[in-house]
Design a protein around this ligand. Sequence first.
Ligand code: PMP
Length: 431
Amino acid sequence: MADTTKSKSLFEKAKQFIPGGVNSPVRAFRAVGGNPIFMQKAKGAFLYDEDGNEYVDLINSWGPMILGHAHPIVEEAVKSALSGSPSFGAPTAREVEMAELICSILPSVERVRMVNSGTEATMSAIRVARGFTGRDKIIKMEGCYHGHGDSFLIAAGSGALTFGTPDSPGVTKGTAQDTLIAPFNNLKAIEHIIDQNKNQIAAIILEPVVGNMGTVLPQPGYLEGLRKICDKHGVVLIFDEVMTGFRLALGGAQQRYNVRPDMTTMGKIIGGGLPVGAYGGKKEIMDHVSPVGPVYQAGTLSGNPLAMAAGLAMLKYLKANPAVYTNIDKQTTTLVDGLNGQIKKAGLNYSINAVGSMFTLFFNDQHVIDFDTAKTSDTQTFAKYFQAMLAQGIYMAPSQYEAMFISNSVDDAIVNRILESSEKAFAQLKV
Ligand code: PMP
């Protein structure tokens, strides 16, 4: 077991000044127990904590570090932007280049607006969809996460598919009523909700491949079915590609599954690790955004030079090097095949969902297709596995309901190291 004394004392101090000692709840390790690890630096596929311990990083800042940490091209771009001042609050050439690049990569995006986080992107996108359609209600899928905007902190109402209830104090009942919840991968539920709320639904928003209940793939025909339903009823289809964009393919899940949404929300990936988000879509919809249209949305630091420089460097690299996707997908397949082999060999009944370079190991014997099946995973066993991996220097997402990500810095040796650690972790679970 590594010495994590400095992390422990930092956490004690942090709790005196920051709610729960962290600036985003999952980092507190509540779901897995133990003390969160405070990171000091990272390079490539490795993280280094305040005590100097090394970890293989399977989170990659929750997605954006596709090239691995501190990639020289991103570092150089940020340094050069920094010397020209980190912010002007005025338009810059980099923003134009970024917008043009995103539109060239995603055919569904004709206009794009930069914001500062995924949360802002999704909040803004539904406001625009509401302004465009003149309708108030939205449909979101149970288990999908779209940031902490009020409209998204809604749980499924008891038994009913139609009305949501606030999932957090501070979210009003009024807001909850405008968010309708459906199970993922269930087209009938969507049809039912739309039938019960005729001409009232502005948008359907979903993660086309879910990362936030663990990795959950769309079943064949699901995304196509949503597209058809939205076309039929004049509903704006929003793909939240904050995690999947530029990861599951250069053009994200929409390219991989060949379904075009009306709007797309993007996040951290386009900042190469700096705080960024963006939302975009069809010109006719985006022309409703201020100052062209009446829907207000703004941001002092939006299009920030440092974030644009980092994001541009990374996206241009990804566009020029399709081999990145071949490699991250291949390494993920090798890892997942290896894990599946271990599960079988150990006579365990666990399942893995994987696509491209994202995957989740569920501690159940079910095929996870929605939130109900995800919830059958044994989270206590997950926590034990997590701690056994952490003790061997493998840093997984500290919750069952998350995806893990492979970066382009992962090579065969690192995959082997993860697999060797996992074999030992599985063996410990059986004891
Ligand atoms: N949408 C999705 C799909 C996400 O995974 C997240 C965060 N992980 C968000 C939105 C919110 O992004 P942020 O944390 O940058 O606000």
